[in-house]
Design a binder for this molecule. Structure first.
Ligand SMILES: Cc1ncc(C[n+]2csc(CCOP(=O)(O)OP(=O)(O)O)c2C)c(N)n1
Length: 475
């Protein structure tokens, strides 16, 4: 007898259980997941996208999906596949991103993530396996469990009075503007599988062509948890689930000549420029030199103006056409607790606003110096206030420059102790650590005091005194 050839979209051998049994998956006999994996694998090969596909599997029976799908794989936290998919799709624009999720994962813990990604029209293909139950954890009630259906957490059947009604995800998403394609299919028998194959292929095609968000709900049997044979589970899908969840296409805009993003008036961050930079003379807007990505960490106590310092840097760079991010973090106290902010300046889109290894660390107190100095990047610069007594050595990295700078002393000399942050701004500007012209930084410094005009002159004095200090010390 001829053996049936496995699609090349799945690995030839499944190594989850070592080398003894490499032909079977961990799925139970009659489970719909295996069928859907095969359909996705076939579609990837037919569309020639296998090398660019990333399969995101969250928690649920698909948790071992990476043993089977022969493409890029990421395993993520429960319900978070659309969020991770958003990040991948936005940063790696040539990738085909699959968010593969069960009904517990997608419609319960991950529903908001699903809904928001659909509403934003992210360029991801979502495959939603609706087996009306939490499969992996032993058959608890899911949002999609039918009225009267017995599960381990609804032993007398789902009662809508206490457990609400089955959630129709396709219909909910169909209220949104952004999705391109929404269809509900089933893998309960062979004629249905043919239609499911078509839908899966279409969703991936939309992805490949970057036309936007597609969502395919797949009614799938779970014989183990519906407590019967494979045939019983198929019948349950066809006779009961389809009554509640009718099959069919709810929306298909894939033939329109759209390309992601599908919205006619996508707002460019720089369109906000006039808002960000009111009071800044147009003459200051220039095309600065290209610069590699710069990651800053500003740190100190709350009340020292750490967050405003980072904001001025970010706004000044943004005004010059750079991509920027500004991410504050502070303790629960308004003043006196730890405060820090991360700023990134880049010529390209910024994937994540987190700064774990700063190129430039500006620190105004001992605790934050101790906390962040060890994380400085190679060839990075640490500027710390001179009153910080202990300079710790960072032996394992090369090219680190440490500058003790008298920010507080300068601010005190100008009778404005709260302006040590301005002194630091003057220093990092003079050191050319911010890739914009000095005049632009000064303009944003002035702007930051637009509601406290009497402080402008004093802060300008301190800014210039700091610049002078840097020059005098030949830094
Ligand atoms: C944060 C968190 N909450 C709960 C769980 C337990 N848990 C694991 S899988 C799962 C439900 C999976 O059901 P579903 O998404 O429907 O997928 P299926 O297993 O049916 O394919 C739950 C609740 C977990 N792992 N993590």
């Amino acid at each position: 007898m001829d053996s049936v050839l496995k699609t090349k979209g799945l690995y030839e051998h499944f190594l989850r259980k070592g080398k003894l049994n490499t032909r079977t998956t961990h799925y139970c006999a009659g489970c719909g997941h295996g069928i859907v994996h095969k359909l996705i694998g076939e579609a990837m090969v037919e569309l020639g996208i296998q090398d660019q596909t990333i399969f995101i599997s969250p928690v649920g029976c698909v948790v071992f999906g990476y043993y089977y799908m022969d493409c890029g794989n990421i395993q993520v936290a429960h319900g978070r596949a659309p969020a991770v998919g958003t990040g991948i799709s936005r940063t790696l624009k040539d990738k085909v991103v699959i968010s593969y999720q069960g009904d517990g994962d997608l419609a319960a813990i991950g529903f908001n993530s699903t809904f928001q990604a659909a509403n934003r029209g992210e360029n991801i293909a979502v495959f939603f396996i609706n087996n009306a139950i939490y499969g992996m954890t032993g058959g608890q009630m899911a949002p999609t469990t039918l009225i009267g259906q017995k599960t381990t957490t609804s032993p007398w059947g789902r009662d809508p009075l206490t457990a609400g009604y089955p959630v129709h995800v396709c219909e909910i998403l169909n209220q949104l503007k952004a999705p391109i394609y929404i269809e509900r299919v089933s893998v309960a028998d062979s004629s249905r599988i043919v239609k499911a194959r078509h839908a899966i292929r279409k969703a991936l095609q939309i992805q490949r062509d970057r036309k936007g968000y597609s969502f395919v709900e797949i009614i799938a049997p779970c014989p183990t948890n519906t407590k019967g044979s494979s045939l019983d589970a198929m019948r349950f899908c066809i006779e009961q689930m389809e009554k509640e969840y009718p099959l069919g296409c709810l929306r298909d805009r894939s033939a329109e000549s759209l390309s992601y993003p599908p919205h006619p008036q996508r707002i460019n961050a720089h369109d906000f420029f006039p808002l960000m930079s009111d009071n800044i003379e147009n003459s200051l807007i220039s095309t600065p030199e290209a610069c590699p990505i710069r990651r800053f960490k500003f740190s100190g106590f709350g009340g020292q103006g750490i967050l405003s310092l980072g904001l001025i840097v970010a706004k000044a760079a943004q005004s010059q056409g750079k991509f920027v991010s500004w991410l504050p973090s502070y303790g629960p106290e308004q003043r006196g607790g730890a405060a820090a902010c991360s700023v990134i300046i880049s010529d390209k889109n910024i994937g994540s606003p987190l700064v774990n290894t700063p190129d430039i660390l500006v620190t105004m107190n001992q605790p934050s110096y101790e906390r962040f100095a060890p994380s400085i990047a190679e060839n990075g610069t640490i500027i710390y206030d001179s009153h910080i007594p202990n300079k710790i050595s960072i032996p394992s990295k090369s090219g680190i420059r440490q500058i003790s700078f008298p920010a507080m002393e300068l601010a005190n000399q100008h009778q404005s102790p709260k302006s040590a942050n301005t002194a630091l701004l003057g220093a990092i500007t003079e050191l050319r650590l911010i890739p914009v012209h000095k005049e632009v930084v000064i303009a944003f410094l002035k702007q930051s005091f637009k509601s406290k005009k009497n402080l402008v002159e004093k802060n300008l004095e301190i800014f210039h005194a700091a610049s002078q200090w840097v020059k005098e010390h030949n830094l």
